[in-house]
Design a binder for this molecule. Structure first.
Ligand SMILES: Cc1cc2nc3c(=O)[nH]c(=O)nc-3n(C[C@H](O)[C@H](O)[C@H](O)COP(=O)(O)OP(=O)(O)OC[C@H]3O[C@@H](n4cnc5c(N)ncnc54)[C@H](O)[C@@H]3O)c2cc1C
Length: 281
């Protein structure tokens, strides 16, 4: 969708797993470090993200690893698979990068990797990209997401101006998935428990029913693509929010792995924008 995280020239890094921590039953923190991370650098945005590179099984890559060379000389099916993850925190002094992974089951690459990876293992990644941080002069803030956007929402809460009114809706499976958040005074955080329901249904309902507490909202809405699409239409068409005040995109799509979602995203976004333009005409 428009207002995707801004694109930058990808910079390749190699991180060593320093430790892992199960924050909740379905959320695993992996902390990366190592000498090569010293030049990583992140901080401008609260939705900084990296693209982790997962090698294809049985494929040998050039040493030292060089993604440009891989792209130029190897068939596409041998290129590593990429998975996009938020920089939950970057400690420049310690050169430690924390990433929080939803462990959504046995399917996929990144979730299962986070569940099994051991200290000492290494992973290549590109980044950081990013495009949103809570605006200091907004009238109020709206933060909405499922657990895949929880790391970015947690980072945004840490950066909200003190006393800034904020309405925050986070949907997780149940109470065991809630995390302590450093929310400033003025931020009302509501945890929604979907249980066996459809991801995002509760978020849509909550935002549709919300009495906006003022003018000039700056909004961050991310997570599963279908509910994000519904909320985008609501915020743009029914609430009249301009795109400049809205960071909104599908972070993943039910039934598609990241490769499938990324390859269909352009067409998905084109349709969303066309329907929205019709509704606004
Ligand atoms: C900018 C950006 C930042 C992101 N930040 C984070 C982050 O910090 N933490 C995080 O956990 N995710 C984050 N995501 C989402 C993450 O990239 C996707 O969830 C990704 O598909 C996970 O890869 P995988 O290898 O585990 O599963 P895949 O191989 O991509 O998918 C396997 C199956 O699992 C399903 N699936 C994928 N993600 C989920 C999920 N969250 N819940 C339930 N089912 C799922 C797919 O639909 C598919 O059916 C971010 C995405 C973007 C674009």
């Amino acid at each position: 969708m428009a207002n995707e995280p801004a694109r930058r020239k990808p910079k390749l890094h190699r991180g060593k797993v320093l430790r892992t921590e199960r924050l909740t039953p379905h959320m695993i923190r992996v902390v990366l470090g190592g000498e090569e991370l010293a030049g990583f650098g992140a901080g401008e945005f609260t939705d900084h993200y990296v693209k982790l590179l997962f090698p294809q099984p049985g494929v040998t890559y050039p040493e030292p690893f060089d993604m440009e060379l891989v792209r130029a000389e190897m068939p596409r099916e041998q290129w590593p698979s990429t998975r996009t993850y938020t920089v939950r925190s970057w400690d420049a002094d310690a050169a430690e990068l924390a990433i929080d992974f939803v462990h959504h089951g046995d399917k996929g690459l990144a979730g299962p990797w986070a569940a099994r990876v051991q200290p000492g293992e290494e992973i290549y990644f590109n980044g950081p990209g990013g495009g949103y941080a809570p605006s200091a002069d907004a009238g109020w803030h709206l933060l909405v997401g499922d657990e895949s956007a929880l790391p970015a929402i947690a980072a945004a809460l840490e950066r909200l101006p003190a006393g800034a009114p904020a309405r925050v809706f986070i949907e997780v499976i149940g109470p065991e998935e809630e995390q302590p958040l450093a929310a400033p005074d003025g931020a009302a955080v509501v945890w929604l428990h979907r249980g066996g329901g459809q991801v995002g249904d509760l978020l849509v309902e909550a935002v549709q029913k919300l009495d906006f507490p003022g003018e000039d909202v700056h909004a961050f809405v991310h997570g599963e693509a279908n509910f994000v699409k519904t909320l985008r239409r609501h915020l743009r068409v029914e609430r009249g929010l301009p795109m400049e005040r809205l960071s909104i995109s599908g972070y993943w799509r039910k039934g598609r792995d990241e490769d499938g979602w990324q390859s269909s995203k352009r067409e998905w976004n084109r349709q969303v924008e066309a329907e929205e333009a019709d509704a606004l005409a």
